[in-house]
Design a protein around this ligand. Structure first.
Ligand SMILES: Nc1nc2c(c(=O)[nH]1)N[C@H]1C(S)=C(S)[C@@H](COP(=O)(O)O)O[C@H]1N2
Ligand SMILES: [Mo]
Length: 404
């Protein structure tokens, strides 16, 4: 289909400044607000049309308006991220009848569990938690950095159901001297020069993280592209640890040095994970928890807002698990700030809704800025912080608008 040729095409709506009122079903491309930001929308099994970043492996972003529809991101709109050419694993290796999760390595008791055994052998629990890719919003980095040029759609919030990672680890009786836990999924590299996607956590961290081995997302089986039949859910931690199609947990007594822990997925060893733009960090550490972020979702860039009427501004905020304390909103491009009302609390790992009634009186160009603070007092920087991998963007975002 020829892009940009139809009157209802999303790009035309964007040019007309009407984004936010458009339905996505008929559109076939999206314009992200940075250079080279034109992206096709593509349809995968169990998914509505999503923003395509790459095809092999699939990397799909959630269209931003979805975050204004509900606090829980629908399964069919949830973003998808893979690393290996062999991802996602084909349905033939994901047969729930033959599936086994093994727990091995430096353990007193090796485990090999079917999905039934996992479900029936341990307490079933739920958590509402945000999953966010380390490189969410990477396309906004200046100077630009290599890697998937994501907009803000490599995040989502869902209700996950499964068993506690800690309960399963304890059932395997970790041996004294066990130091780290390795997680591997059923997807495999296509060529032997690419290392398998394996992630590690300190054992202590794995026991205390509140992590789940989850088979359910928003009340349904995990979608194929989000880890069917079992995935790690590590609330407050970047998505890189949320291993999909998880089939192997391995305890080791040394530090794991796999490619996806080092050199990949590392940040400058600095409290704000940043360096001078264009420079390399002297020391790095593995990326871990989310910093604080917030977004305006009810209006997007270029929206026209009538003066004299009340407009309800709405958005989301989240952090790495302390929970959101307050959200401040500026409707005059950062000159003055008002406290927004916080909505339903779905737990300290979830998207927190915020709202603020705004009655603009002056016509002309302005911008809305949103700034959240968590319960530890951590906020968001007014100027973007930079690192060479384009991770952890959390600058106060700015949405330019026109008051009519
Ligand atoms: N098996 C497997 N699990 C994986 C990955 C992968 O490549 N393979 N990518 C990770 C990364 S970097 C992210 S951001 C999340 C994304 O989760 P989602 O695709 O369900 O949104 O999956 C993680 N789990
Ligand atoms: Mo990621």
């Amino acid at each position: 289909m020829h892009r940009g040729s139809r009157p209802w095409d999303r790009r035309n709506f964007l040019r007309a400044g009407l984004i936010g009122t458009t339905g996505l079903a008929l559109a076939d491309s999206v314009e992200l607000p940075f250079e080279f930001g034109t992206r096709p929308l593509v349809k995968y099994p169990q998914k509505r049309p999503l923003i395509r970043l790459t095809t092999r492996p699939p990397q799909l972003e959630t269209p931003f308006e979805v975050f204004n529809e509900s606090l829980l991101t629908p399964n069919d709109a949830f973003f998808v991220r893979y690393h290996l050419g062999g991802s996602p694993p084909p349905a033939s290796v994901l047969d729930p009848k033959t599936f086994r999760l093994t727990v091995a390595g430096t353990v007193g008791k090796e485990l090999s569990l079917s999905l039934e055994e996992l479900r029936n052998g341990f307490e079933n629990v739920e958590v509402v938690a945000v999953n966010q890719c380390s490189g969410n919003s990477r396309g906004h980095f200046q100077p630009r950095v290599p890697g998937g040029q994501s907009g803000h759609g490599a995040m989502g919030c869902a209700r996950w159901r499964g068993v506690r990672l800690a309960d399963v680890l304890k059932a395997a009786s970790p041996a004294a001297g066990s130091r780290q836990v390795l997680f591997d999924g059923l997807d495999r590299p296509l060529v032997p020069t690419i290392p398998d996607f394996v992630k590690s956590l300190e054992l202590e961290e794995a026991l205390e993280s509140g992590g789940l081995l989850a088979w359910e997302m928003n009340g349904e089986a995990l979608p194929w592209l989000n880890g069917y039949p079992l995935r790690l859910v590590l609330p407050g931690h970047y998505g890189t640890y949320w291993i999909k199609h998880l089939h192997s947990i391995r305890l080791v007594d040394a530090e794991f040095k796999g490619f996806w822990m080092n050199p990949a997925y590392r940040i400058p060893d600095d409290p704000c994970a940043h360096v001078e733009p264009g420079t390399a960090p002297k020391r790095t550490v593995p990326i871990r928890r989310f910093n604080v972020r917030s977004f305006l979702t009810s209006l997007t860039s270029g929206a026209r807002v009538p003066s004299g009427n009340e407009t309800l501004l709405r958005g989301i905020a989240f952090d790495g698990g302390a929970g959101i304390r307050e959200v401040l909103v500026s409707t005059d491009d950062g000159r003055s700030w008002s406290g927004a009302a916080l909505g339903r609390d779905l737990g300290r790992f979830a998207f927190r809704e915020w709202t603020l009634a705004w009655k603009p009186s002056v016509a002309g160009a302005t911008a809305v800025k949103v700034r959240a603070v968590n319960r530890l007092g951590e906020g968001q920087p007014m100027e973007p912080l930079w690192n060479p991998s384009g991770y952890m963007r959390n600058v106060v975002e700015r949405t330019p608008l026109v008051v009519l």
